[in-house]
Write a protein that binds this ligand. Structure first.
Ligand code: ATP
Ligand code: MG
Length: 882
């Protein structure tokens, strides 16, 4: 059999099935599109579900693909078995109501034995025990001896997932030889050991399961096959492990190179190298397809993979971030098949590096603490870490439970996971209570005595209406009326006021009856759906059951609408400029002001910001019509509506569309046309959490205000600098700075000269002591400047190797003491640090430093002379000590 590279095998397979009339499609992204039931694509058929069920028409009845797959369920096998990765590619040929078992089996055999030239003697088919049809095809049409065909049971060879299409499978196993097996006399295809490797699985979807286990024949029978590309390459390249196939082994090589650990020298290290190799492959491909690390869903899968890889790096002795470097090898090996890897390489490495660096801090702290806990267990002779300790690691230090469990398991220990779960549960309850307490504030802490009918909101259509007063709260109590000067809450049966919700601020305005006015300055929604109008009675009084006129402040509302419509344009522009990985992570909409948080790993460049601003503004100039309609969730998603991941939506959703540019699920209030936003300007962009950026922006007249403020600043500046026009400011400023630099230079020279004079004068007062020049002096300077003193000390030390200079200065009854010792003095045992420590003590202070320079302070001025005199004694003593 010829040896083929992994990239060659992919091409051979797809070309083979193209010859058999299949339509070759590119791999679908790892993130499922329109399939909430699945976190990540895990097989070739997963993205084609609707073609299998008949819900949607496939582009052709025969399709073949090479699909990127992630199976985190296999994570514990990775690095330990020779055939499992969390990331792998699955080759597949599919038939939607077209060919069936005969062709699928014949082509599978033809490809392996003829196209690739595999030895038929090493291949073993398996069939489902009750599938006589498949068995007969293998025997009669392919010519396999009956005893070579394994008949396996439901667990292995019947593909069934609750209700829906299902059917028997027929697999092909490759025999890697007895030396790779478990040695059991029963070892045969289907055994869990590494001798017989399943390389190809053909699923014959021929039944429909009604969910209660009743099977009926499908009218449209399908073929769904899966052939692991890495496993095939293993067999074709004669290597024992999917980590040793050509494209993967170079990643192993890179990890070895960075860590300096030779692959194959130590089994534990090998496992770590394989885990890193596998996880970095998964992480690279996931990030390329738009996943970012987070604490939930697929983002958590990614985070867990990266963290696990980082930890195995530590086991290899790596202490710094390194995965981002390994990921470049993954890009290199796969860019031929997945060209977008090259394009996104910068983004991918940034994401990995920042996650790695953040986790590095957590892991060091957590590992140290866990180490201490393990020692304590050993002292007590115990083997189980308490749930409380595991929870503390998690809660206080961010150390994930799975890592705690894994580290403990490596030492034959365990964690009390049940008790950990209880702690987690208790914390959730605590958090909920805290939230409820906040919610109660919205209720003003009182029972309104009303039924649970939500307030009717009519604020999408109108800003003004007549309504009945249902309840009034003042001073925290339900009452029947509110008088001038009272503050409180009014509840109406219907309202045009938008309550603070989904990041949009509440409407303000007033509620009036004849002769009475209540000013509304906030509106909150109660849990039961009642709109609580908070505010103050300006005039007269309002009673329960009154008929009132409610009116929204239109200026404020329109400013909020401008900001909200602009937020949608910003969201669209961010995705267009930065990429599809951008997801809304929070938003606040106020009067002509907005704040938008989104997932993105790095700071935006000036060019990116300019382009985003330009894109949003041209959508404003295009004057796109804004339409709002309600529709079932599924329809909205088909329209491409951007929904928040993990957010719950009702069956019917409100969809806000701006021309053909933006479609979002949104409950907020919007303009009729984007032109009414006026203008949009970004004022800030920064990070709010790891992987989350924030943009602050303004709209409408705020942009004009900002422009005028900026103009004002410029005109003040140009006045101060006597620059005629703003563009002359920079030139003028540069001139002034040049003058300043020159003056400062001249000043420094003058000051140094003066200090030199002072230093020389001080040196003349030195007393000779055993070859050293000892100086003590109080510097007479009313404006004692520490820097200048230090400068003098430095000069003395430079000039005289034998100098011991102690300078004192007094200011505001505080003494500053400095000492410098030259080289020769230090050699004779006189050290500035020791000197200062002793003499500062003598005048009620403290201090210290290095042998050549030290400083300190004292408080008792009456003792200063004694302290300085002590210097001579100390030096003499040092000189006399051998
Ligand atoms: P196994 O029993 O060996 O875990 P499986 O029954 O889970 O395999 P299928 O779901 O039938 O595998 O997937 C089809 C093909 O995909 C397999 O025949 C195999 O070649 C490949 N495959 C499955 N899981 C992995 C994995 N974790 N890593 C690499 N290849 C895999
Ligand atoms: Mg299987």
């Amino acid at each position: 059999m010829k040896k083929y590279g992994l990239n060659e095998l992919r091409e051979l397979f797809l070309a083979f099935f193209e010859e058999k009339d299949h339509l070759r499609l590119p791999s679908f992204p790892l993130v499922p599109q329109n399939d909430p039931s699945l976190l990540l694509i895990n097989s070739g058929m997963a993205p084609m579900k609707t073609w299998f069920t008949g819900e949607q028409e496939p582009p052709r009845k025969r399709v073949c693909t090479c699909q990127k797959c992630i199976r985190t369920g296999d994570i514990d096998n990775v690095g330990k078995t020779s055939r499992h990765g969390t990331y792998f590619e699955m080759l597949g040929n599919f038939s939607f109501g077209d060919y069936f078992k005969s062709e699928a089996i014949a082509w599978c055999w033809e490809f392996l034995t003829e196209r690739l030239g595999m030895d038929p003697g090493l291949l073993y088919p398996s069939v489902f025990i009750d599938d006589e049809q498949a068995f007969n095809i293998w025997v009669n049409e392919v010519g396999i001896a009956p005893e070579r065909i394994a008949k396996l049971g439901r667990d292995d060879n019947f593909w069934d997932h609750g209700s829906g299409p299902c059917g028997p499978c027929s697999e092909v196993y490759f025999d890697r030889g007895g030396e790779n097996g478990c040695g059991s006399p029963d070892c045969a295809p289907g055994c869990d050991c590494d001798r017989y490797v399943e390389i190809w699985n053909n699923v014959f979807t021929q039944f429909d399961n009604d969910g209660a286990g009743n099977y009926s024949e499908l009218s449209q029978k399908n073929i769904d096959t899966g052939l692991g590309l890495e496993r095939l390459a293993c067999v074709c390249q004669g290597v024992g492990n999917l980590f040793e196939v050509d494209t993967v082994v170079s990643i192993i090589g890179k990890v070895s190179e960075i860590s300096g650990v030779t692959y194959g020298s130590d089994e534990k290290h090998d496992i770590s190298i394989r885990v890193i190799t596998d996880h970095i492959r998964s992480a690279t491909m996931m990030i390329c397809d738009g996943v970012l690390p987070s604490n939930e869903g697929r983002g958590y899968v990614l985070r867990r993979l990266l963290r696990r890889a980082a930890r195995h790096g530590r086991l290899l002795g790596l202490t710094k971030a390194f995965l981002y470097d390994v990921c470049l090898t993954v890009v290199e090996q796969n860019k031929g098949a997945y060209p977008d890897l090259t394009e996104k390489a910068g983004h991918i490495t940034r994401v990995i590096r920042s996650e790695e660096e953040n986790f590095g801090k957590t892991i060091d702290a957590g590992t140290a603490i866990l180490g201490g806990l393990v020692e304590e267990l050993a002292r007590k002779g115990q083997t189980t870490l308490s749930g409380a300790d595991a929870f503390k690691l998690y809660d206080t230090y961010g150390f994930p439970l799975d890592l705690t469990v894994e580290i403990l398991a490596e030492q034959g220990l365990q964690a009390d996971v049940d008790s950990f779960d209880e702690h987690m549960q208790e914390q959730r309850v605590r958090a909920r209570k805290a939230r409820e307490a906040l919610g109660d504030l919205a209720w003003a802490g009182v029972d309104l005595g009303l039924d649970n009918t939500p307030t009717e909101f009519i604020g999408y259509e109108t800003l003004k209406c007549s309504a009945a007063v249902l309840a009034i709260v003042t001073q925290g109590e339900v009452c029947s009326s509110m008088r001038s000067g009272d503050e409180g809450i009014i509840v109406l049966d219907k309202t045009p006021f938008y309550a603070e919700m989904g990041g949009q601020s509440a409407d303000y305005g007033n509620i009036k009856t004849a002769g009475a006015e209540f000013e509304v300055n906030n509106v909150l929604l109660s849990k039961g759906g009642k709109y609580l109008h908070h505010g103050k009675m300006l005039d007269g009084s309002i009673n329960v059951d009154d008929n009132a006129e409610a009116e929204v402040d239109i200026t404020r509302r329109r400013a909020i609408m401008r900001a909200h419509s602009a937020t949608h344009l910003l969201h669209e522009a961010l995705r267009a400029v930065l990429g599809e990985h951008v997801r809304q992570a929070g938003s606040l909409v106020e009067q002509d002001k907005l704040r938008f948080d989104f997932t993105h790993i790095s700071a935006l460049t000036k060019d990116e910001l300019t382009e985003i601003e330009r894109r949003a503004n041209s959508a404003i100039l295009d004057g796109l019509d804004v339409s709002v309609c309600e529709m079932p969730v599924n329809e909205a998603k088909e329209l491409g509506a951007m929904a928040l991941f993990g957010e719950k939506y009702g069956d019917v959703v409100r969809v806000v569309k701006m021309g053909d540019l933006s479609v979002e699920l949104c409950g907020g209030t919007h303009l009729e046309n984007t032109a009414k936003i006026g203008a949009f300007s970004i004022i800030a962009e920064f990070s709010v959490a790891s992987g989350v950026r924030r943009i602050e922006a303004i709209t409408g007249l705020e942009t004009l205000n900002a422009l005028n403020t900026a103009r004002g600043h410029l005109s003040v500046l140009s006045g101060m600098l006597k620059a005629g026009a703003p563009e002359e400011i920079a030139g003028k400023l540069e001139q002034n700075m040049q003058v300043l630099r020159e003056l400062r230079g001249a000043l420094d020279t003058a000051v140094a000269k003066e200090a030199r004079g002072e230093a020389a004068r001080i040196l003349t007062g030195a007393r000779e002591l055993g070859g050293l020049k000892v100086i003590t002096t109080i510097v007479e300077d009313t404006a004692v400047d520490i820097d200048r003193l230090r400068q003098i000390e430095d000069m003395l030390r430079d000039w005289e190797a034998g100098v011991v200079a102690v300078l004192a200065a007094v200011k505001d009854d505080k003494i500053t003491l400095m000492a410098a010792c030259g080289k020769a003095a230090i050699e004779k045992g006189v050290k500035a640090g020791e000197l200062i420590r002793e003499i500062t003590k003598l005048c009620g202070g403290s201090g210290g430093g290095k042998p050549d320079f030290a400083m300190g302070g004292g408080k008792d001025i009456t003792k200063l002379h004694d302290a300085l005199n002590a210097v001579y004694d100390i030096v003499t003593e040092k000189l006399n000590t051998p």
